[in-house]
Design a protein around this ligand. Structure first.
Ligand SMILES: NC(=O)c1ccc[n+]([C@@H]2O[C@H](COP(=O)([O-])OP(=O)(O)OC[C@H]3O[C@@H](n4cnc5c(N)ncnc54)[C@H](OP(=O)(O)O)[C@@H]3O)[C@@H](O)[C@H]2O)c1
Length: 275
């Protein structure tokens, strides 16, 4: 297949590498992208084209793996260019957002949700797919490092699954960091951690791990948390947890460019410098 990948981020480049490894020709649009994206695309063996128009010429499918809050804009730009092939959205978006994409592309839409780290080792990364052509797309990844699985049900089932999964993983990390920040604000971090060591062993380490793990990516988690909040609201379930999580990650967004940001850096981002 000839596939256009928009864009080769940490996850997207690994998806592209799995496809090229299976003999597909994967191109990407260099215009407007950073040196980091250029480096990742090169490492993944993807072919650069200058513009979206050049990228879409003769391709069978477009795979969108970008920040969730850019998913609709990326899809609109592809549609506006007159693309007529399969459109696969692999982003962490609400099922209602996925439904909008399904409406835009009709039966040519394949919904996706990726769970796990960028796919550079076997058995770590699942790419859930739903929609009429989900099985076809899953087959492109046969025996690769991407474990592609079809989710039965509505066309947007893959996005719904991703929202449920990330609601707990990223939502609980945000809750833990907010609780830890609250202890900082009331100057009880030391006694709280002492109590945790007695009655909640491992929680202090988990908070430190959550800080390090989320700090570089928090800038794009705000949008993902808002998609999750909307997913809860649409199901008439409480959406406040994830609105709060979005605020936690919004305050951490500046840590994107801080190398090795740790718990102390996250606490400062959440509650300000220690008094
Ligand atoms: N990374 C993970 O562990 C992981 C796990 C599960 C799911 N995912 C999903 O994968 C998707 C992308 O994640 P990622 O890790 O590849 O992100 P990433 O490393 O931050 O890369 C994002 C890519 O999108 C481009 N981009 C940035 N702003 C954009 C915009 N406004 N419009 C269009 N493209 C833009 C970036 O290009 P420039 O920076 O060069 O501008 C970069 O190439 C997300 O939907 C995420 O939920 C990621």
């Amino acid at each position: 297949m000839n596939i256009l990948l928009l864009h080769p981020g940490a996850m997207g480049s690994s998806i592209g590498a799995a496809l090229t490894g299976n003999g597909h020709a994967v191109r990407w649009v260099a215009d407007g992208r950073s040196p980091e994206t250029h480096a990742r695309a090169e490492k993944a063996g993807l072919t650069a084209v200058a513009s979206l128009t050049a990228g879409l010429a003769g391709v069978d499918a477009v795979v969108s793996v970008c920040p969730p809050d850019a998913a609709l804009e990326v899809a609109a730009s592809v549609d506006a260019a007159g693309f007529e092939g399969l459109y696969i959205d692999g982003n962490a978006v609400a099922p209602m957002t996925a439904a909008q994409l399904a409406e835009r592309f009709g039966a040519r839409y394949v919904d996706g949700g990726i769970i796990g780290p960028p796919a550079w080792r076997a058995g770590a990364t699942r790419f859930y797919l739903s929609g009429a052509s989900a099985e076809t797309v899953a087959n492109w990844f046969d025996d690769s490092l991407v474990d592609a699985r079809v989710v039965a049900g509505e066309v947007n089932a893959a996005s719904a699954l991703k929202m449920c999964y990330a609601a707990y993983t990223k939502g609980s990390s945000a809750l833990l960091l907010a609780v830890r920040a609250l202890a900082e604000a009331y100057d009880v971090a030391y006694p709280l951690q002492t109590e945790w060591s007695i009655s909640q062993p491992g929680l202090a380490d988990r908070a430190a791990g959550a800080a390090k793990g989320t700090a570089p990516k928090a800038w794009r988690f705000e949008g993902e948390m808002l998609e999750i909040a909307a997913t809860f609201a649409n199901a008439e379930l409480p959406d406040g947890f994830h609105r709060g999580a979005a605020e936690v990650y919004r305050r951490m967004a500046g840590l994107k460019s801080v190398s090795d940001a740790d718990l102390a850096a996250v606490m400062e981002a959440l509650v300000g410098p220690r008094r």
